[in-house]
Design a protein around this ligand. Structure first.
Ligand SMILES: Nc1nc2c(ncn2[C@@H]2O[C@H](COP(=O)(O)OP(=O)(O)O[C@H]3O[C@H](CO)[C@@H](O)[C@H](O)[C@@H]3O)[C@@H](O)[C@H]2O)c(=O)[nH]1
Ligand SMILES: [Mg+2]
Length: 204
């Protein structure tokens, strides 16, 4: 399927040809060395190499409650951030997960329940965007969803089978916005969705 996607791209972009993959790791997800020829504006074909990490696509959701003026966020240990300046490695994030075979809507509804314990009936897609376009294939689907207390069906916390250990936070919206400015929130998808909530006045 990945190959097909690239065939389509190759057909659409005449500046790119001879795409070749060398597998560097399939230990958990897929890391490929990808070489290709690229036609520069100067008219010269240049051979380029990129390491490309493929772990599929993802989805994230901001849960909000207009009446209570609150949002639901999660907190969990993220090793890569621990290795890069995040003092204790803990990160405050919107509920998020990787897509499987399901469509993004069903997937984020399931992920929301696993991580936060809230069973949503409906969600609204607001954006699609590439997470880290120079390195990863991952496209993120951004959602918002209204929650109420009666939607809480379990503690959440993530799947034990995947050793997820997620703290569920219900915090006032203004506090989350303060955290945006103080550096208490450093996950870009969470920043994007909180800014969406500000711009569209989801909570006044
Ligand atoms: N053993 C092992 N397990 C892994 C590894 N990488 C991921 N996992 C397992 O796969 C699970 C994936 O959980 P999800 O909730 O589906 O994904 P996520 O880690 O929350 O990722 C979401 O957020 C990321 C960062 O914001 C996004 O990059 C990602 O696309 C997604 O939206 C993790 O809990 C972990 O158990 C790995 O290298 N080794
Ligand atoms: Mg997750």
């Amino acid at each position: 399927m990945k190959q097909k996607r690239e065939e389509r791209l190759r057909m659409k972009n005449k500046q790119v040809k001879n795409i070749e993959h060398t597998l560097l790791s399939d230990n958990y997800y897929i890391l490929n060395k990808v070489t290709f020829d690229y036609l520069m504006k100067s008219g010269e074909w240049v051979n380029q190499m990129r390491e490309v990490y493929d772990r599929g696509d993802g989805a994230g959701i901001l849960l909000y409650n207009k009446q209570k003026r609150t949002v639901i966020l999660t907190k969990q240990f993220r090793m890569p951030t621990y290795l890069n300046d995040n003092e204790d490695g803990m990160l405050v994030e919107v509920a998020a997960g990787m897509l499987d075979k399901d469509n993004p809507e069903d997937c984020i509804i399931r992920e929301t329940e696993e991580e936060t314990g809230y069973r949503l009936k409906s969600v609204k897609k607001v954006y699609e965007g590439y997470s880290s376009p120079g390195v990863m294939t991952e496209k993120m689907h951004f959602f918002i969803g209204e929650y109420t207390d009666d939607m809480k069906v379990s503690d959440g916390g993530g799947l034990d089978s995947e050793a997820e250990d997620i703290e569920v936070l219900e915090i006032p919206f203004y506090k989350a916005v303060d955290m945006l400015h103080s550096g208490g929130i450093m996950d870009t998808r969470t920043i994007v969705l909180l800014q969406y909530a500000i711009i569209h006045k989801l909570i006044d």
